[in-house]
Design a protein around this ligand. Structure first.
Ligand code: PRP
Length: 207
């Protein structure tokens, strides 16, 4: 499985703001927005482009546009904080939604919402979720996508745990991961260490 770590000073700085327990919700959301732009920039590097001739004020030249605009899929709640920024970069993209809440005891994802196009064959899909912890939520989401024919799926996560990456690798699902950091481990409560806490709660408050 391809795992791409965006090792860049600006990404490190935004991620550090998100990690810092003193960062309030507004600053956390702002840092996630900015980090999303950087992760998206790397994650979309291999998208196919179509060439078309354009006129500058001076000459004719090749212009480029996306051949297939991807489907964006934020995983609610925490992925909502990445959705707007991703959409600004690819305004023509469609957006689907998956709602999952992780059971605090079993750590298994409980689905509560799903809104996805029926046929995803041939469409690149970008899944947005700040956290890849056990990998259960991402595996569940990717299965929903592959059941609809998706074969080109990229998971975009601020942070990933080695356990979650290993889980996805074992699943054999067609996914690559773009993240700003692979952290040390998961603790007994399923939190990423050092991590940043709960990305949903830090953006929107505990519910
Ligand atoms: C968090 C996070 C991921 C998931 C990661 O969401 O945003 O979706 O947990 O954990 P996993 O890799 O072990 O499945 P949570 O279920 O806490 O819901 P929230 O986004 O509504 O806060």
């Amino acid at each position: 499985m391809d795992v791409h770590v965006v090792d860049h000073p600006l990404a490190k700085a935004r991620l550090s703001t998100m990690r810092d327990a003193r960062t309030d919700s507004a600053a956390f959301r702002a840092a996630l927005h900015e980090l999303t732009v950087m992760l998206m920039y790397e994650a979309t590097r291999q998208l196919e482009v179509r060439v078309e001739r354009i006129h500058t004020p001076v000459a004719r030249t090749d212009g480029y546009r996306l051949a297939n605009s991807p489907l964006l899929v934020p995983v609610l709640r925490a992925g909502l904080g990445m959705a707007d920024q991703a959409h600004k970069l690819i305004p023509e993209a469609r957006m689907g939604f998956v709602g999952l809440a992780r059971d605090e005891r079993t750590l298994r994802p409980t689905p509560y919402m799903e809104s996805l196009p029926e046929d995803l064959a041939g469409w690149p899909v970008l899944v947005l979720d700040p956290m890849l912890a056990t990998g259960g939520s991402m595996e569940f989401t990717i299965r929903l996508l592959t059941e609809r024919g998706a074969t080109d799926v990229t998971a975009i996560c601020a942070l990933a745990a080695p356990e979650g990456l290993a889980h996805l690798e074992r699943s054999g699902l067609p996914v690559r991961v773009v993240t700003a950091s692979v952290d040390e481990r998961l603790n007994d409560s399923g939190f990423i260490v050092p991590g940043l806490g709960d990305a949903g709660d830090r953006q929107y408050g505990a519910v």
